[in-house]
Design a protein around this ligand. Structure first.
Ligand code: SF4
Length: 435
C-alpha cells in the first residue's frame, strides 16, 4: 500500500476518458502501492496545470560508464527548497539495450521486472523508447547502481546517451519474417559489440546510430533514422510461389490484381499478359494465374520497393542472391532539413565470417571518420553535406559508383551544364593523385 496521500488529478483523469488505453491508468495502477508513482502523478498534474515541465538534468552514472542514465531531478520545490513531491524528486531513467530484433522470452521479461522493482525502481518500463532502448523510468540516485548491477547479472547492458554511439536496432528478422535478406541480429551484434567503447564513454562530436533492416520494407526506419543503415536486398529475380499467387488471384480477382499490384508498381515492372505471349527472358519472374493469363515481373526494372511482395505475401518473395545495401547520413530532422541516407555500397554479400568482418571494418572506418571530421553537434549527414560525398568516399577509400544515389532520378538524363568537364577534371585529379 502506498503511504502518500494522492493529490487530485482532474486533468490527467481526462486522458483516461478516450477510447484508447491510457498511460494514466497504468500510472494509477502502480500508484496503489508505490509512493514514487503517487508523487509522479502529482508532479505531472502540476505540469499539465501550469503547462511547464519541471525536470532538470544533472550528473548521475554507474561505475565505468560515461552515459546510459538520463538524470531527472524535480524543480518543484516549496519556499524552503524542499521538493513538493519528495518521493519522485529523483526520477532517473536507465537506457538499456534490448536484444537484437527485440526477441524476449516471457521468463526474461519477468526477470527484468523483478530486478527493476526489487532494487528500488518505480515499476515503470517503456518497451521501447524512441532510441530503441528499454527505458526503465524512475529510480533515485542511490539505487541506480543496484538496478544496473541486477540488469547486468541477467545479461543486459546500458545503451547510449549523449554524444556517443547510440543503441542500435534491428528488425524482427529472419526468425519471423520471410522477407529477411541477411542475418540482422548477427550484423547488429557484430558491429555494436566491436564498438561498445564509443557507446559507454561518449567522446564523439555528436550522436551516431547504426540500424539494420532485413529488407527494403525497412521496418526500423534505418534509411531515415540512422547514420549508417544496413538494409537487406537481392540482385537476382523475385521468387514466385505460383500456388500462393493463384490463391491471391482466386480471392481478389483481376480487379484487385490490377489496382493493387500492377497499377502500384512505381516502375511499371509488373504486368499481366496472356500466358502464351510471355517472352522468354531470363530477367522475368512469371506466375501463371490459371485462367490463361500470367503475372510477369521485369526484374531489370524493379527498384525493390517491396510493394508487390507485401500485397501477395509468400506468393512473391525476395530472390536467392541476397545481400545488403549500405547507406549513410540519414536523420529525421537536421539543421539542413530531413535527410535520407545516401547509398555508398549498392550491394555486398553478408553471409560468411569475412563478409561480417568487412561490414564491421566499414562501420569502424565510418565512425572514425565521423569522430575526426565532424564539427561539434553535427550529424553524419550534415558532415557529408558540408564536405561533399566525393570527399567522404575518398576518405573511406570507396570508389565512386553510379548507383550511389541520394534519390531516384526524376528528370530526363540530359545535362546542359558543364558536368562532363567537371567529371573529366575529377578523373584527372584522381590520376594525378595515383601517380
Ligand atoms: Fe515493382 Fe519491384 Fe516494387 Fe514489385 S518490388 S512493385 S516489381 S518495383
Amino acid at each position: 500500500m502506498s503511504t502518500r496521500i494522492p493529490r487530485d488529478t482532474p486533468m490527467l483523469d481526462q486522458l483516461e476518458s478516450g477510447p484508447w488505453p491510457s498511460f494514466v491508468a497504468g500510472l494509477k495502477r502502480l500508484a496503489k502501492d508505490n509512493d514514487m508513482m503517487v508523487d509522479l502523478l502529482g508532479q505531472l498534474e502540476t505540469s499539465y496545470e501550469t503547462r511547464k515541465g519541471y525536470w532538470k538534468g544533472g550528473t548521475v552514472g554507474v561505475f565505468g560508464y560515461g552515459g546510459g542514465i538520463i538524470p531527472r531531478f524535480t524543480e518543484l520545490k516549496d519556499e524552503n527548497g524542499k521538493p513538493l513531491f519528495p518521493e519522485a524528486a529523483e526520477f532517473h531513467t536507465l537506457r538499456v539495450q534490448p536484444p537484437a530484433g527485440m526477441h524476449y522470452t516471457s521468463d526474461l521479461l519477468r526477470k527484468l521486472c523483478d530486478v527493476w522493482v526489487d532494487n528500488g525502481g518505480s515499476g515503470l518500463i517503456a518497451f521501447h523508447g524512441q532510441s530503441g532502448d528499454i527505458m526503465f523510468q524512475g529510480v533515485s540516485s542511490e539505487n541506480v547502481q543496484a538496478v544496473f548491477n541486477g540488469l547486468n547479472e541477467i545479461g543486459f547492458d546500458l545503451g547510449g546517451a549523449g554524444p556517443a554511439l547510440r543503441t542500435s536496432m534491428s528488425c524482427v528478422g529472419s526468425a519471423r519474417c520471410e522477407m529477411s535478406c541477411f542475418d540482422e541480429a548477427r550484423a547488429l551484434r557484430t558491429v555494436i559489440n566491436n564498438n561498445l567503447d564509443d557507446m559507454h564513454r561518449p567522446s564523439l562530436p555528436y550522436k551516431f546510430k547504426f540500424k539494420f533492416s532485413g529488407c527494403p520494407n525497412d521496418c526500423v526506419n534505418a534509411i531515415q533514422r540512422s547514420d549508417m543503415a544496413t538494409i537487406g536486398t537481392w540482385r537476382d529475380n523475385i521468387r514466385v510461389d505460383e500456388k500462393l499467387v493463384q490463391d491471391y488471384y482466386r480471392v481478389h480477382g483481376m480487379h484487385d490484381l490490377y489496382n493493387d499490384v500492377v497499377g502500384r508498381c512505381p516502375t511499371k515492372a509488373v504486368t499481366v499478359v496472356v500466358s502464351d505471349q510471355v517472352a522468354a527472358n531470363p530477367h522475368l519472374s512469371v506466375a501463371q494465374l490459371g485462367d490463361g493469363n500470367a503475372l510477369c515481373i521485369d526484374n531489370k526494372n524493379c527498384v525493390r520497393c517491396m510493394h508487390c511482395l507485401n500485397v501477395i505475401p509468400g506468393g512473391l518473395l525476395p530472390g536467392k542472391d541476397r545481400g545488403v545495401s549500405i547507406l549513410v547520413g540519414g536523420k529525421g530532422v537536421l539543421k539542413i532539413g530531413a535527410t535520407m541516407g545516401s547509398v555508398i555500397i549498392p550491394f555486398m554479400k553478408l553471409e560468411t565470417d569475412e563478409d561480417f568482418a568487412k561490414l564491421n571494418e566499414l562501420a569502424r572506418n565510418i565512425l572514425d571518420f565521423f569522430a575526426e571530421n565532424a564539427l561539434d553537434h553535427e550529424r553524419t549527414g550534415e558532415m557529408i553535406e558540408r564536405i561533399g560525398l566525393a570527399n567522404f568516399l575518398e576518405g573511406m577509400n570507396i570508389p565512386v559508383d553510379p548507383n550511389m544515389i541520394s534519390q531516384p532520378r526524376s528528370n530526363p538524363y540530359f545535362r546542359s551544364d558543364d558536368w562532363d568537364e567537371q567529371a573529366a577534371k575529377w578523373v584527372e585529379h584522381k590520376q594525378q593523385k595515383a601517380a
